[in-house]
Design a protein around this ligand. Structure first.
Ligand SMILES: Nc1ncnc2c1ncn2[C@@H]1O[C@H](COP(=O)(O)OP(=O)(O)OP(=O)(O)O)[C@@H](O)[C@H]1O
Length: 580
């Protein structure tokens, strides 16, 4: 399975910067409020220092009261400014998260289908849930904390330097060990968290596959095997979690010990400086209070660094979705005509061996071509190439002279549609479900499309096109859902239809109803049908027999039966030998 890419550090840095500077004014206001709140906070220890000095010099109770009142005022100002800073910070965070989610959704919707299929649902599901939430939490909670804490720390340490440069130097004693261990941690944390994210995605993949295939697991008694695989993935996730835990168990004890060092050092050195008359007692008290006050923001900063690491790892996975080369954004010129030509097309899945070995095929406009062949011959793969979902690694698949994969995706869908047995009903109204195919279609056109495929049930709905369908709404039976999908096709009006097992999974009655509906859709179009029942091949203009990734026979039903090859053998075994 090809995982989706992960963005590198410079890309993450640029994207984070863009996110933060998208609303420059809001960020400037939040920063200004935080700085003002931090300034109000550092006034208190300075005032306590002043009280100590004045009491030392024999001050009156009045002047002490005045200073104490001033401390109270500073605290109130700090609380008010801090509250507004947080209020604006959180609003900014929520707006940023909303933007991020919207960007992620558009990036995901722009992914080529083949990339989504090969990446597996687990990877994309983990990125769109766990990773987007992680980035959201980081932007909402961590960024404001980092801004507030850094501002407070700069001001608190600055204040100690202002009290006395010597005290300032002593205050820095705890920092080297914190910086060293942080550097050590940061270098290892992002890759470790990336591994943890990948292991979670693998586990999600495995559990989803087991849950989705529960019936098969039960029928084939595979539960032991699935439990083993699940346990293996849980084991891998446990290992990656242990690795990140090991990093945390070194990082946090070292930094927490380092917090106590500057306070102890300032009391020791401050006492010494005071005894020599180099600093006042008030300055030493104020410096000790500042350093005591610095522990809290420092601790918060380091605590959140861990979340920030998770956030950065998640952000690189979220941004990685945008690194997948987009589907080609339109050829220079429009295809001239509807002629489909395949020349020497070779295809392999994900770097594996070729499953198509040089296919040559011409499909004339309006022709009905049936593809037959044993299981695994490459019929579905050829259908995907013809529909432009995958491109051949050698040779070409062209429509009207242009490579199908070069057509702008919407343009391609208007020209060629691949119809499979998947007929998803999206949550929304019937109208929403039809509008995917033709956003500009009127209600009349929608009703006509439903009538064309025999979806009479739609006309009887009391709320008509406004009826909510899909999960939580009206549940459509398989045949109705298939008819809805076919009505979409009528609206999209492609000139070429490729049918891959469109009715294979339906019960015979439903299949017959659907085939009747399909008949209305096929009229006047080029049709390439993977034929499971040979009467489809019998009714086609031509039949292509695919064996081992090669077209081994090509001609009308009668011609192929006459030459007595593989198709004739299939036909006779299915239909009984021709009368002598
Ligand atoms: N997603 C995939 N990844 C890797 N190999 C694949 C994938 N899909 C198909 N193949 C392989 O490509 C070959 C052709 O498969 P394909 O599904 O095109 O055959 P088919 O003729 O349509 O068979 P069937 O009638 O059983 O659907 C097979 O060997 C199959 O195992």
């Amino acid at each position: 399975m090809n995982r989706l890419p992960v963005a590198d550090r410079p890309t993450v840095r640029r994207a984070a910067w863009a996110l933060m500077t998208y609303e420059k004014r809001a960020v400037a206001l939040i920063l200004a409020l935080h700085i003002a709140a931090a300034l109000a906070a550092i006034a208190a220890p300075a005032l306590v220092g002043q009280i100590v000095n004045e009491v030392n010099a024999g001050a009156t109770a009045d002047s002490v009261d005045r200073l104490a009142l001033l401390i109270g005022v500073c605290v109130v100002i700090q609380v008010i400014l801090g509250r507004y800073a947080q209020y604006f910070g959180h609003r900014f965070g929520e707006r940023s998260i909303a933007r991020l989610r919207e960007e992620f959704v558009s990036r995901t919707l722009a992914l080529p289908i083949s990339v989504v299929e090969r990446a597996g649902t687990g990877d994309l599901a983990t990125r769109s849930s766990v990773d987007v939430a992680n980035v959201g939490n980081t932007v909402r909670d961590v960024v404001p904390v980092v801004i507030i804490a850094s501002t407070q720390l700069i001001l608190l340490f600055g204040a100690v330097f202002v009290l006395h440069p010597l005290l300032g130097l002593v205050a820095l004693t705890g920092l080297p060990s914190i910086m060293l261990v942080s550097r050590w941690y940061l270098r290892r944390a992002t890759p470790a968290y990336l591994l943890e994210g990948a292991a979670s995605a693998e586990l999600t993949d495995e559990l989803t596959a087991t849950a989705e295939g529960a019936r098969t697991v039960e029928a084939l008694r595979l539960s032991g095997h699935r439990v083993e695989r699940g346990t293996d993935r849980i084991g891998r996730q446990w290992q990656t979690r242990r690795a990140t835990l090991a990093l945390r168990s070194v990082f946090f004890p070292v930094v927490e010990t380092s917090y106590a060092v500057p306070v102890a050092a300032i009391l020791l050195a401050g006492g010494f400086f005071y005894s020599r008359g180099m600093v006042t007692l008030g300055a030493v008290v104020a410096a000790a209070l500042y350093l005591q006050q610095a522990i809290e923001p420092l601790d918060r900063l380091l605590q959140w660094m861990e979340q920030a690491q998770r956030g950065i790892a998640s952000f690189s996975r979220v941004l990685g979705v945008g690194l997948v080369p987009p589907e080609p954004r339109g050829a220079e010129s429009a295809p001239s005509g509807q002629h489909l030509t395949v020349r020497g097309a070779r295809f392999a899945y994900g770097g594996g061996p070729d499953v198509l070995h040089g296919i040559d095929l011409d499909v004339r406009p309006g022709e009905r071509l049936a593809l037959v062949g044993p299981s695994g011959a490459g019929k579905s793969t050829l259908a995907r190439l013809l529909a432009g979902i995958d491109a051949p690694h050698a040779g070409s698949v062209r429509i009207g002279g242009l490579p199908v994969t070069d057509l702008e995706p919407a343009e391609r869908r208007r020209r060629i549609a691949l119809v499979t047995q998947e007929h998803h009903v999206f949550i929304g109204s019937l109208r929403d479900n039809l509008a995917f195919a033709a956003p500009g279609a009127s209600d009349e056109q929608m009703r006509a499309a439903l009538a064309a495929v025999g979806a009479d049930w739609a006309a009887d709905l009391p709320e008509g096109l406004d009826t909510e369908v899909g999960d939580g709404g009206r549940q459509l039976p398989a045949a109705d859902a298939q008819q809805l999908a076919l009505a979409r096709l009528v609206l999209a009006d492609p000139h070429t239809l490729i049918l891959d097992e469109a009715t294979a999974a339906l019960d015979p009655t439903t299949a017959r109803r659907t085939e009747r509906a399909l008949g209305a859709v096929l009229a006047g179009r080029t049709v390439i049908a993977i034929a499971h029942r040979l009467n489809t091949a019998h009714d086609a203009d031509r039949v292509a027999v695919l064996e081992g990734g090669r077209i081994t026979e090509l001609g009308s039903h009668d011609e192929l039966v006459r030459i007595g090859g593989a198709y004739a053998a299939l036909w006779h075994s299915w239909h009984g030998p021709a009368p002598a």
